[in-house]
Design a protein around this ligand. Structure first.
Ligand SMILES: [Ca+2]
Ligand SMILES: [Ca+2]
Length: 859
C-alpha cells in the first residue's frame, strides 16, 4: 500500500510542472488560482449555532463552494451540535505561502495546529501536535473534510483504483455504542432520542483507501485526496439529514510533530471563467418603470460592450427589441459588473436578455405584473406557518394540530441550544416544569424550527396592522376556525385573512400576559432531539400533558410520562414588555370590530405592561449617564427608540395625549441619535424603525410635525443613496451572519411611505428597486427569492419540508449570505443552510407590505 502511495506522489511531482495552476495567497488572505479558491478559516464556527457548515478549510471550486469543514474533528460524521474547535490563532505566511490555524478543544486541552501549503497542482493539509492526542480522543480525533452531496450525486468515486457510486440517499451502516462513550454535545444536550436504551449510533465507513478521487469523470468537480494514513468515506446524512459526505483520517496515538498529511488536488478547467449571471426581475416589469439588468462577471472575463433585449411573439418568433450598451459598473467584492438599461422598451410582451452566448429565461413586460404579487405569501405560506392549527390545502394536510400540550415552565439556570436561557429565577408563580395553562393558542412557526419567538411575533403583529391600516386589504381566500383549530387554504370564509392573522398573533401574545403576567422570551422544545424535527410539527410532542406519575413512553390516554412538552422561557425583560405592549395596542385597533373581546383584552394587556414598566421607562427617559469607560447601563440599551413605537401605538389606540407626547418627544430624540439609514449591517431595523413610526403618524399630525419629519426623510434618502451606491444593485446590501432580504424589503417599504407623503423625496423606483432585487436582480443567481413567485424561483428552502428538497410557496428566503472575505452565496441545491434559505415570518410580512405598495403604485 505504501509503495503505491509513493508512486502516486512521484506522479504528482511530474504534474506539478504545470505552474499556471499554482495556488497563491491573494490580498484577501486566501489561496487563489483560476477556477479554485482554498479558504483557511476565513469563516469560523458560530458561537450560537455552532457548525453552520460555513467554517474550516473551504473550497470554492469553479465558483461554487463544494467543500467545507477541513478541521480536526472528533466524530466520523459531525453533527451541528457536536463540539467544534475554537480558532485560537490564524497565521498568514506569504514567505512560505502557508496559512495555519491553531484549533482548540478546551474540554480536552487539545490544540492541534493545521497548516495548508500549496504543492504542485494541489495543496498539503497537515496536522501538527505539541502533545500526543489526549487518551480520551484516541480513535476519535481525525482530519475531516466535508463535501456537498448534491454536487456528487449521479457521479462516481474511485478509491485506490476501485470504483464506487456516490449514494443518492443514505443507507450505509451504523453501529450502536453505549452512551458513556459519547463525546458530549454542546452544553451537554443530545441530538439522539435513545428511547431509554442508553446508547447512540455512529456511522461506519462506506469505503477506505489511501487515494480517494471524487468524480473522476467530471473535470469540473474532480478532487483527489492522497494520504499515507487511510482515508475513510462516510455519509454524514445517515445520522442527520443535513450532514455532508465526510472524508476522514484518524490521527495516530502517541505521536507529536507532523502527525498527518493529506495531499489534495481540485482539478481546474483550462482558461475557466464563470458563466455570467444576468440579474433581472423574474416577476417582470411594468411598461413605465426603470428596467436595469445587473450582469455579474468573472473578474477575468472580458466585458462585452452590448447586450440585447429579445422579444418573443406568440408564434415563437423572436426579434431584437433593443441592442444597448453594457455599461461598466466595476468591481464589487469578487466579481466585475456591467449594467444593461432597457427602460425605453415599453411595449407589453414577453422578452429575454441576451449577453454574448448567455440568455435568460423569458419574462413579461406588462402593466399588471405586480397585481396580486403578494397573494401566494398571504394565501399559502403564512397560514401554513400557523401554530396550534391543523392546516389543510386541497387533498393535503400540511400539518396536524401541534403542541396541544403547551407548555411548561422552563427550569432555572438553564442554557438552551437556540439562544434561549433562564436565569436563577422563573419570574413567575410557576415552579420549574410546572404546566403554565392557556398557552396552546395562536402564533406561527418561526420557521424551520417551530418555536414561538415573542420578539418576532411583536414585529409580525405590528407589521400586519401596518398593512391593514395602510392598504385595508379585504382579501379572503382562507378558512380559519380558532374553535376547532382548523385552517383550510383556498377556502374563503367571509372573514378577511389579514385580520384573521392579526387575531392569530394577538391570541398568542395575550395568552402570555394573561397566564404568565408578562411577555416571555419564547416557547420552545427543551430537548435537542426534538428541536431538529423535520416534517409535521404535529408530531414533535405527544400532544399529552406531562404526568410525572407515569413512566417515560407510558400514557393513560389523557397525559403522558414522556417529558416532551415545550418550555416557556419566562425571565422578564422590560424592553420586550414594551414592544409586546406596542404590538397589542396596535392589534386592539385592528380587531375592534372583527373581534371586540380580543381587542379589549389586548388593550388591557398593553396597559398592564405599560403600567408595570414605569421604573424601566424612567431609566429610558433619564439623560444618558456620563461616559465613565464602563459599559452603558443596561436600562439605556433601548434608548428613546424603545418608546417611539410604544407611544405611537398606545396613543392611536387610546387617544391619550400623554402617549402622544411620549411618542413625539422620543421620536425626535431617536431620529437625532440614530443614523436612520444604518441598514447595511443587515437585520438592524431599529435604526429606521422610528422613521416608520413617524410616517405612520403623518395622517394624524399637524403641519409643523409633517414639515419637521420631512427633514429626516431627506436625510434618510441621502444616507440610503450612499449605502446603495456601494454595490451595483442599488439596495442596502447586508448579509453578514444572516442574509439581508428583510432589511431590503423594509427599506423599500419605508420608501413607499415616504413617497406617499413626500413624493419629491423618494421616487417610485426606490420602492420597485426592492422588488427587482428580491425577484432576481441580485448576486449568485437570478432566481426569485420569493418561493414560487416569478417565472423561476428557488427550488428549495429551509422549511418543514426541507428534507424533501422542497419549498413552501410564498416564503421569502433570507437571500445571499456574505461569507468572508468576498463571497455572496445562496445555495439552491441544498436547503439546509438556514442563513440563506430559512423563510421566516419577519421576512414574509414586509414582503406582503411591499407587494401591496407596488400593486398600488402601478395600478
Ligand atoms: Ca378568511
Ligand atoms: Ca407531552
Amino acid at each position: 500500500m505504501k509503495k503505491t502511495f509513493l508512486c502516486l506522489l512521484a506522479l504528482a511531482a511530474v504534474w506539478s510542472g504545470v505552474s499556471a495552476q499554482e495556488l497563491k495567497i491573494n490580498d484577501l488572505d486566501y489561496f487563489e488560482t483560476r477556477g479554485l479558491n482554498v479558504l483557511v478559516y476565513s469563516n469560523r464556527y458560530s458561537p450560537v449555532f455552532f457548525d453552520e457548515k460555513n467554517a474550516g478549510i473551504e473550497i470554492i471550486h469553479h465558483g461554487v463552494r463544494t467543500a467545507i469543514g477541513g478541521a480536526v474533528r472528533l466524530h466520523n460524521t459531525p453533527e451541528q451540535w457536536d463540539l467544534v474547535p475554537e480558532i485560537r490563532d490564524r497565521t498568514i505566511d506569504r514567505a512560505t505561502n502557508t496559512i495555519s490555524a491553531v484549533l482548540r478543544y478546551a474540554d480536552f486541552d487539545f490544540d492541534p495546529l493545521l497548516k495548508v501549503t500549496p504543492q504542485g497542482r494541489g495543496f498539503l493539509v497537515q496536522v501538527w501536535l505539541d502533545k500526543p492526542v489526549p487518551a480520551a480522543l484516541e480513535g476519535r480525533a481525525g482530519l475531516n473534510f466535508e463535501f456537498l452531496p448534491p454536487i456528487y450525486w449521479e457521479s462516481n468515486y474511485m478509491v485506490d483504483g476501485r470504483p464506487g457510486i456516490f449514494p443518492r440517499y443514505p443507507s450505509s451502516d451504523v453501529y450502536m455504542r453505549p452512551l458513556g462513550e459519547k463525546i458530549q454535545q454542546i452544553y451537554d444536550h443530545i441530538t439522539f432520542d435513545d428511547r431509554g436504551h442508553g446508547n447512540f449510533p455512529e456511522a461506519l465507513p462506506i469505503a477506505q483507501g489511501n487515494t480517494f478521487v471524487l468524480a473522476p469523470e467530471d473535470p469540473e468537480h474532480r478532487i483527489t485526496i492522497r494520504s499515507e494514513a487511510p482515508i475513510m468515506f462516510f455519509d454524514g446524512r445517515i445520522l442527520a439529514q443535513n450532514g455532508w459526505y465526510v472524508m476522514r483520517s484518524l490521527l495516530p496515538a502517541g505521536q507529536t510533530g507532523k502527525v498527518m498529511e493529506w495531499y489534495m488536488e481540485a482539478n481546474t478547467l483550462p482558461e475557466w471563467t464563470r458563466e455570467p449571471n444576468i440579474g433581472f426581475s423574474q416577476a417582470g416589469y411594468t411598461t413605465a418603470q426603470e428596467k436595469v439588468s445587473v450582469i455579474e462577471l468573472d473578474k477575468l472575463d472580458t466585458p462585452l460592450t452590448t447586450a440585447t433585449l429579445m422579444k418573443i411573439e406568440a408564434d415563437g418568433s423572436e426579434v431584437a427589441a433593443l441592442i444597448g450598451p453594457a455599461r461598466t459598473w466595476g468591481m464589487y467584492l469578487r466579481y466585475n459588473y456591467v449594467t444593461f438599461d432597457f427602460s425605453e422598451v415599453r411595449e407589453p410582451g414577453l422578452y429575454y436578455i441576451r449577453y454574448g452566448d448567455t440568455r435568460t429565461n423569458a419574462f413579461p413586460i406588462d402593466n399588471d405584473v405586480y397585481q396580486g404579487i403578494w397573494h401566494t405569501t398571504l394565501d399559502v405560506w403564512l397560514p401554513i406557518q400557523m401554530d396550534h392549527m391543523t392546516v389543510n390545502e386541497g387533498y393535503r394536510i400540511w400539518h396536524g394540530t401541534p403542541y396541544k400540550d403547551d407548555a411548561m415552565q422552563a427550569p432555572t439556570n438553564h442554557r438552551h441550544f437556540d439562544g434561549y436561557s433562564q436565569n436563577d429565577s422563573t419570574d413567575t408563580k410557576y415552579a420549574p416544569f410546572e404546566r403554565i395553562p392557556g398557552l396552546g393558542v395562536g402564533g406561527w412557526y418561526d420557521a424551520g424550527d417551530f418555536d414561538i419567538q415573542t420578539g418576532s411575533h411583536n414585529r409580525v403583529v405590528g407589521d400586519l396592522v401596518l398593512i391593514w391600516e395602510t392598504f385595508n386589504p379585504s382579501r379572503d381566500m382562507t378558512y380559519v376556525n380558532q374553535k376547532t383549530q382548523y385552517t383550510d387554504l383556498h377556502h374563503p370564509d367571509g372573514r378577511g385573512d389579514i385580520l384573521q392573522q392579526i387575531e392569530h398573533g394577538a391570541l398568542a401574545l395575550v395568552a402570555q400576559i394573561e397566564n404568565v403576567g408578562h411577555a416571555v422570551r419564547g416557547i420552545v422544545v427543551g430537548n435537542l432531539h426534538q428541536y431538529h424535527h423535520l416534517g409535521d410539527a404535529g408530531s414533535i410532542t405527544d400532544n399529552l400533558p406531562y404526568n410525572p406519575n407515569l413512566a417515560p413512553y407510558e400514557t393513560d390516554g389523557l397525559s403522558s410520562g414522556t417529558r416532551d412538552d415545550r418550555w416557556v422561557f419566562t425571565n422578564r425583560n422590560p424592553g420586550s414588555d414594551l414592544s409586546t405592549a406596542a404590538a397589542l395596542a396596535a392589534a386592539s385597533r385592528a380587531l375592534k370590530e372583527f373581534n371586540p373581546d380580543l381587542s379589549a383584552r389586548a388593550l388591557t394587556c398593553a396597559l398592564k405592561l405599560w403600567n408595570d414598566s414605569q421604573e424601566y421607562v424612567a431609566t429610558l427617559l433619564a439623560p444618558p449617564a456620563p461616559q465613565t469607560g464602563a459599559a452603558p447601563a443596561p436600562g439605556r440599551r433601548g434608548g428613546p427608540g424603545a418608546l417611539v413605537d410604544l407611544g405611537l401605538q398606545m396613543w392611536l389606540a387610546t387617544g391619550d395625549e400623554e402617549f402622544k407626547r411620549l411618542f413625539e418627544e422620543n421620536l425626535w430624540k431617536a431620529l437625532d441619535e440614530n443614523n436612520v439609514a444604518e441598514t447595511r449591517r443587515g437585520g438592524n431595523t431599529t435604526a429606521y424603525g422610528p422613521l416608520v413610526s413617524g410616517l405612520r403618524a403623518y395622517p394624524h399630525a399637524d403641519k409643523a410635525f409633517r414639515d419637521k419629519l420631512e427633514g429626516y426623510a431627506r436625510a434618510y434618502k441621502k444616507n440610503s443613496d450612499e449605502i446603495n451606491a456601494l454595490s451595483p444593485y442599488g439596495v442596502p446590501m447586508g448579509g453578514r451572519g444572516w442574509a439581508g432580504n428583510t432589511p431590503i424589503s423594509q427599506w423599500a417599504g419605508t420608501n413607499y411611505l415616504i413617497n406617499k407623503y413626500y413624493p419629491g423625496v423618494v421616487t417610485r423606483q426606490d420602492v420597485l428597486q426592492g422588488m427587482n432585487y428580491l425577484f432576481g436582480t441580485h448576486p449568485y443567481s437570478n432566481l426569485s427569492f420569493v418561493m414560487a413567485v416569478g417565472v423561476k424561483s428557488k427550488n428549495v428552502n429551509y422549511g418543514m419540508n426541507r428534507a424533501d428538497f422542497s419549498f413552501i410557496a410564498g416564503g421569502v428566503v433570507p437571500g445571499v449570505l456574505f461569507l468572508q472575505p468576498d463571497f455572496y452565496e445562496n445555495q439552491d441545491n441544498w436547503p439546509f443552510i438556514w442563513a440563506e434559505n430559512e423563510a421566516i415570518i419577519t421576512d414574509a410580512i414586509p414582503f406582503i407590505f411591499l407587494g401591496l405598495a407596488a400593486e398600488e403604485m402601478t395600478r
